[in-house]
Design a protein around this ligand. Structure first.
Ligand code: ATP
Ligand code: MG
Length: 334
């Protein structure tokens, strides 16, 4: 697998009159390999957009090394710019232009055959509305137009900062199908989103950022597995009694009014056998697997955690420990 995006030790501090210095990105690392659909997750203000802007040469970082399609960023970005499509924050379009005219101008400016305009309008589901002025567009339609503009160049790498922003459920699904079909066609996709269920559906890899630092990364399944407590929800006629039986058998059990949760059991046969041998029959036995939302909240919450991040082979080195120390009032290096 070849690296498409490599970021090591990225750091960006903003200076504002009111707030003074603020660290937006703080020693951030990321690796996106060819063919991945890579989710970029983090709470509001955790540094996602700043990272993408730095990667694309839109903001100057204080420190760090970045490469896009093998080219050092920002120095050699022009060499690969034609192979990268990106939307970072909602792009502005001329309100009085139609989508068709907007894309035609962008195609002409970018040296792209204008035949692509109809193709990308079709791809984002705007074909029937392409002759309307952008000022009459809804938020979701503008978002689709933005994605269409990023697709004009038939990019090898597509970077989308919150593409689902403002989309209705049907639009979100269409964006998911579009992302999948692009991935099947070999396009590498990096997308940030707050819709975690969506990320879990689309992405095969993920990077989670908290306060400007990477706190977890790797294949989605591996990141989730790292948080699997091997819990099972068990329904029986008498949860109280079943809880006592399982507890006596040495299992860790929490009893709720209508079910039990057993923690730390690899094979659920242990549960059903223990209960069955005492004449208690299991009505339901369901694995409780962590989802991206619970992992995200655990990793990016305000409490301290120590966990081992999942690592992709060949990932850039990191310190090996998830660092989540709370640093609200941290000193800033000049
Ligand atoms: N131009 C700027 N000037 C000053 N501070 C900025 C600037 N851009 C970003 N920041 C600050 O940097 C931090 C990271 O912001 P950023 O926009 O990268 O977060 P984000 O992860 O994209 O958040 P969101 O999920 O809300 O889009 C925030 O504290 C933000 O206030
Ligand atoms: Mg952002």
């Amino acid at each position: 697998m070849s690296a498409v995006i490599e970021i090591a030790g990225l750091r960006k501090t903003f200076h504002t009159l009111r707030q003074g210095r603020r660290i937006a990105v703080d020693g951030f690392d990321m690796l996106v390999e060819a063919g991945q659909v890579h989710g970029f997750l983090g709470p509001n203000g955790s540094g996602k957009t700043t990272t993408l802007r730095a990667l694309l040469g839109l903001v100057r970082p204080d420190a760090g090394r970045m490469r896009v399609l093998g080219a050092e960023s920002p120095e050699h970005l022009p060499d690969v710019a034609g192979r990268v499509g990106a939307i970072v924050e909602s792009p502005q379009f001329f309100a009085n232009f139609t989508a068709h005219r907007t894309l035609r101008l962008l195609a002409l400016a970018g040296g792209v055959p204008t035949a692509r305009v109809d193709e990308v309008l079709e791809q984002v589901g705007l074909r029937d509305r392409g002759d309307e002025r952008v000022k009459g567009y809804s938020l979701g339609m503008k978002q689709r137009l933005a994605v269409a503009s990023a697709l004009l160049k038939s990019p090898e790498l597509l970077i989308l900062d919150e593409p689902a922003n403002g989309l209705d459920p049907a639009g979100i699904r269409e964006m998911r199908d579009l992302t999948r079909s692009l991935a099947e066609a070999g396009v590498t996709v990096l997308l940030s989103s707050h819709i975690l269920a969506e990320i879990q559906l689309i992405c095969d890899h993920v990077t989670i950022v908290s306060r400007g630092r990477r706190v977890a990364y790797g294949p989605v399944e591996e990141v989730l597995a790292g948080f699997d407590q091997h819990q099972w929800r068990v329904r029986v006629a008498d949860p109280e009694q079943a809880g006592q039986l399982l507890g006596r058998a040495g299992l860790s059990v929490t009893v709720a009014p209508d079910h039990l949760v057993v923690t730390g059991v690899q094979d659920p046969e242990t549960i059903s056998r223990t209960l069955g041998e005492q004449g208690m029959w299991v009505r339901e036995l369901v694995p409780l697997r962590p989802d991206l939302e619970s992992v995200f909240l655990e990793l990016t919450g305000d409490h301290e955690h120590v966990a081992v991040p999942r690592q992709v082979d060949g990932a850039p080195p990191n310190d090996g420990v998830i660092d989540l120390d709370v640093r609200e009032s941290r000193e800033v290096d000049a």
